[in-house]
Ligand binder design. Structure first.
Ligand code: MN
Length: 606
């Protein structure tokens, strides 16, 4: 018998609907889902926390709580990013421990824990915390293809994870590229090595081979397969639950689930699928076998395209793909999953646009320093020197990254108690929201978050060109089409078009702000730019489009070559702008928080 891990309430809509499914979409069908008898139901973690507070104005804790009450018979599971929890950076142990305690208390039974680099040191604390709180640890390995990631590599790590207390283990093929043979070999090898734990294969339909991989997986002894009910399955999401159930009927792997009951659930979710039809993308539903060649996951591809468009370099797409593979090799073959996919992807874009490692974001430096954990293979020495300089050895850490972090919980709790007279803390979990997402969390706790629209609320029909353009996230097109819909006298007025979009990296959403340029007016965005010349003597210009984070000098400061004069956020990464000559800061033309375009004058240094 094989069991299924049902993902429609988490990975399914994260893969195909930008994680937008709401709590009220889930509760009406909960009772039926609970009847099926799934091994577990994935309902929480991954991007759901972020999206709840950022776009839906929903409390993620409330969702977990209500779902557990509605589904008392099925173990509920969350995806936990080891020391990153449900965010994108490392947290200290006290926060991780507290989070696991709270998640268990609020209804999470099974914890799927993974680390992007498969650095088991990062998985130790959350795994222990789950055990201490009486939960089930499902320890995952991020799957990727490289000379380092052999069958033995995975088998050895699964042996270690068993020793560390895993209750079940899982191959996390987040890019959907595992082949039937690889699935078979790893599972067979792990079982034969004496890892007698339930073994799960998590995959996506991206490569088109996944159904075959699932068949071979169960032949090798896999106990659990990850699926998503058909209305939100296929393409960059998982194989359809009902199909897998039907395929195994009458075989030794029969799930014994009630197919009629599953079809009832299907009927329900078809309506939910329609509710978010503005998020449908045909491309995401197609298979893309090229993933097996370049190994760049589908979500990351669309993100790269978007970043290139933003930087005005769409024609460099093929080059960037090749560069991504090269950077990944140079950086020691990290699996491309949040957050390492972002590090590799952005560095590749930078290399193509500005020359190899001429511009190095802070995140690449941190990665090379070991701040994400130990890369699978050694980082190439010449790259290490380029990224961290001749004294690179002094910069590299060899401890677990979170060992460098001070406890945070008490400090942050105190901090939040002092904001708005302490009125924002209604329950302890609110402190967690504030720690995980300081700005977005604070906005949410203050009641300032606004629930995003659904398809039913869109002002224009779904097949209207503007709606399509919005969904395509292509700003120039939106601008043009919007203007066309307006009478001439209104074309100069403020318009309400979303300027914040999410792009997906491996199915994990990242926020992207579209910055209006030229004469296009958008309410509340950009603002009146201060008068500034196109160029001046000694002018320092921005080499990329982004937002000024910090200006590190002031008028009258003396600067030398190599001094950091400002930092800019571009493509979700922090970049330093360095002074290329000696002199005095005569004028500053930019301000913190303001958008800049490539070629914009930032300051004058003479
Ligand atoms: Mn996934």
């Amino acid at each position: 018998m094989v069991q299924l891990h049902e993902m429609i309430l988490r990975d399914g809509h994260q893969s195909l609907l930008a994680t937008r499914m709401r709590t009220e979409d889930m509760l009406p069908i909960a009772e039926k889902l609970d009847e099926v008898g799934f091994f577990s139901l994935e309902v929480w973690g991954g991007a759901t926390y972020d999206v709840c507070i950022r776009y839906l104005n929903q409390d993620p804790w409330d969702r977990l709580n209500k779902l557990k009450k509605a589904m008392p018979n099925t173990p509920l599971q969350m995806l936990e990013r080891a020391m990153n929890i449900v965010a994108y950076w490392n947290f200290p142990d006290d926060v991780v421990n507290k989070f696991i305690y709270m998640a268990k208390k609020n209804g999470c039974d099974y914890f799927r824990i993974f680390d992007a680099l498969n650095d088991l040191r990062n998985m130790k604390v959350p795994m222990q915390a789950v055990k201490e709180n009486g939960g089930h640890v499902q320890a995952c390995l991020s799957y990727t293809i490289s000379p380092i990631h052999t069958v033995d590599y995975f088998v050895d790590k699964f042996i270690e994870l068993k020793k560390m207390g895993a209750d079940s283990v899982c191959i996390k093929d987040m890019a959907g590229m595992i082949s039937p043979k690889r699935a078979y070999d790893i599972i067979k090898g792990t079982k034969e090595a004496g890892v007698n734990l339930p073994m799960d294969l998590h995959s996506h339909y991206t490569s088109g081979m996944t159904g075959m991989a699932y068949q071979r997986a169960v032949e090798a002894g896999a106990d659990i397969l990850d699926t998503s009910l058909s209305p939100i399955s296929g393409g960059t999401a998982a194989p359809a639950t009902e199909s897998v159930v039907a395929a195994f009927q009458g075989t030794e792997w029969d799930t014994n689930y009630n197919l009629e009951l599953l079809i009832e659930c299907r009927t329900y979710f078809l309506k939910i699928w329609e509710k978010y039809r503005h998020l449908h993308r045909f491309d995401a539903l197609k298979v893309d076998p090229s993933v097996t060649l370049h190994q760049v996951p589908g979500g990351m591809l669309s993100n790269l395209i978007f970043q290139l468009e933003e930087q005005g370099a769409r024609d460099k797409y093929r080059q960037i793909l090749d560069e991504t593979a090269r950077v990944r090799e140079e950086l020691g073959y990290p699996p491309l999953v949040t957050p390492t996919s972002q590090v590799v992807g952005v560095q590749a874009v930078m290399n193509v646009l500005h020359g190899r490692y001429k511009v190095v974001p802070k995140e690449t430096k941190d990665y090379c320093r070991g701040m994400y954990g130990k890369p699978p293979a050694e980082i190439h020495l010449d790259i290490m020197k380029k990224v961290l300089g001749p004294k690179w050895k002094e910069e590299v850490i060899d401890c677990r990254p979170s060992d460098l972090l001070e406890p945070l919980w008490d400090k942050k709790k105190k901090e939040l108690m002092e904001i708005d007279g302490g009125s924002l803390i209604k329950k302890e979990e609110d402190v967690m929201t504030y720690i995980l997402y300081p700005q977005v969390g604070l906005k949410f706790l203050r009641g300032q978050a606004v629930a995003e629209f659904t398809s039913d609320a869109l002002p224009l029909p779904i097949d209207h060109a503007l709606t399509r353009a919005m969904v395509k996230q292509s700003f120039p097109e939106v601008k043009q089409l919007w203007l066309e819909t307006q009478p001439p006298e209104k074309r100069g007025g403020p318009v309400q078009i979303p300027t914040e979009f999410q792009v997906e990296v491996d199915g994990e959403p990242f926020e992207v702000k579209v910055i209006p340029q030229g004469g296009f007016l958008v309410a509340g965005a950009g603002g009146a730019a201060p008068e500034k010349p196109k160029d001046v003597e000694g002018g320092i210009k921005s080499s990329m489009q982004g937002t000024i984070l910090k200006i590190k000098v002031k008028k009258g400061d003396k600067v030398k070559i190599g001094d950091v004069i400002a930092t800019i956020e571009a493509m979700k990464m922090e970049q330093e702008i360095k002074c290329e000559k000696e002199g005095e800061v005569k004028e500053i033309y930019c301000k913190e928080g303001a958008p800049v375009s490539s070629g914009d004058l930032l300051m004058q240094i003479l």
